[in-house]
Design a protein around this ligand. Structure first.
Ligand code: ACO
Ligand code: AKG
Length: 349
């Protein structure tokens, strides 16, 4: 099954933030193409994300709607309140696995569908991935997602990981492959051939850094080779055209080159706040700033400009950055963060 991630992962593409109207129109076009499952937003990031998720649930655009959050009880509650299924990602280190499992247990207790991402499958040992997957399976999660978060896997590695997990669990297996080495589609297809029933994809393959697997390519393969229900390609083409127009107007034509593996600059940019917080795993020091920013990202941006701020000031700057990005439906620049910091820090003196 194709799982659309354009509405959530897509908003991690460098330079992109949707307005509410753009995002709703895009959701309608994706639904009209016949996509049945979608991860639509990250509700714990900002009230606008929760509100959008609620709206998509109410509109019944997809058979399954998921909101994403961390493996914490608080994030699971926030997603639960939207009416959506609860998708959660593990942290990028394995220090607090028991706490993460408690949050998964809580999510399961709500009765909603639960998907959990065992992140970073190109980096962790096969034994560890299988062990964690079995623990998740014993808690009764519906979907175990296997993301190649850093985009470093090969098709052989995805085959190995997916076969090992799929043969050890009863849950459905979903793949989510990043494109840093240009292998997102190949790795996703390798996952589908090895026992994954579900694949996360985005229109034009957009997403964090230079994105994930392209939806049309994966859908075409799934239809031809695996006998999946096909999508309406004419309707899908309209969604592609619409997203291309958003990208050109908001990011500019440079996006085309910047998003290439190897040569483009996007592979060195982060949008996800949680990535900036794990700087030992994610090394980029350039940021695309929207509602997905976090405290660590703001702190790093201010430090790069030699601006010191207290914890409370950083939180206040972050809240204003997110509000402004959501209100204007655009990404902010580093200079905007500095301007906002000037207001916040100035106010306190
Ligand atoms: C693999 C993926 O790409 S999954 C998608 C990730 N997407 C995003 O991160 C976008 C949305 N993110 C956000 O809006 C923000 O990062 C928030 C709301 C989640 C958190 O914001 P902040 O509280 O300001 O924290 P910040 O982003 O700086 O750091 C993330 C915090 O979450 C913690 N964390 C990250 N992942 C997890 C997890 N799975 N379970 C528990 N804690 C986690 C980090 O350790 C860090 O904690 P700390 O603040 O105690 O250091
Ligand atoms: O859990 C998810 O749906 C997303 C995970 C993800 O984006 C990643 O690990 O790259």
């Amino acid at each position: 099954m194709i799982v659309d991630d354009t509405l959530r992962e897509g908003m991690q593409a460098p330079g992109l933030a949707y307005s509410r109207e753009e995002r709703l129109r895009l959701a309608g076009l994706i639904s009209r193409a016949g996509v049945r499952s979608a991860i639509v937003a990250y509700p714990p990031a900002h009230p606008s994300e929760a509100e959008f998720t609620e709206r998509v649930v109410e509109m019944r655009l997809f058979r399954e709607v998921f909101g994403l959050g961390r493996t914490t009880v608080q994030d699971a509650e926030t997603v639960f309140r939207t009416g959506a299924g609860i998708a959660m990602h593990l942290p990028f280190d394995l220090g607090h696995l028991d706490r993460a499992m408690e949050a998964v247990r809580y999510a399961r207790s709500t009765g909603r569908p639960v998907a959990v991402a065992v992140v970073n499958v190109s980096e962790w040992s096969l034994e560890r991935i299988v062990e964690i997957s079995k623990r998740l399976d014993s808690l009764g999660v519906d979907i175990i997602q296997l993301p190649d978060t850093l985009g470093q896997a090969t098709p052989g590695r995805m085959r190995e990981v997916v076969s090992a997990v799929a043969s050890s669990v009863g849950a459905s297996v979903e793949v989510h492959c990043h494109n840093d080495r240009g292998l997102a589609v190949a790795n996703t297809l390798a996952g589908l051939e090895s026992g994954a029933q579900r694949a996360d994809c985005t229109i034009m393959g957009i997403g964090e850094r230079n994105g994930i697997a392209d939806l049309a390519a994966v859908s075409d393969f799934a239809t031809r080779a695996l006998g999946s229900d096909g999508l309406d390609m004419d309707a899908l083409a309209e969604a592609y055209r619409y997203l291309a127009s958003i990208l050109v107007s908001k990011v500019g034509e440079t996006f085309l080159f910047d998003n290439l593996p190897f040569f483009g600059a996007n592979a060195q940019k982060h949008t996800a706040g949680t990535h900036a917080a794990f700087s030992g795993v994610f090394r980029a020091s350039e940021f695309s700033i929207n509602v997905y920013a976090g405290r660590a990202m703001v702190e790093q941006i201010l430090a790069s400009r030699g601006i010191g701020a207290s914890e409370a000031e950083i939180r206040e700057v972050l809240a204003r950055v997110k509000d402004e990005s959501a209100r204007r439906g655009v990404c902010l620049k580093v200079d905007d963060v500095v301007r906002i910091a000037g207001d916040v820090i100035g106010k306190g003196h």
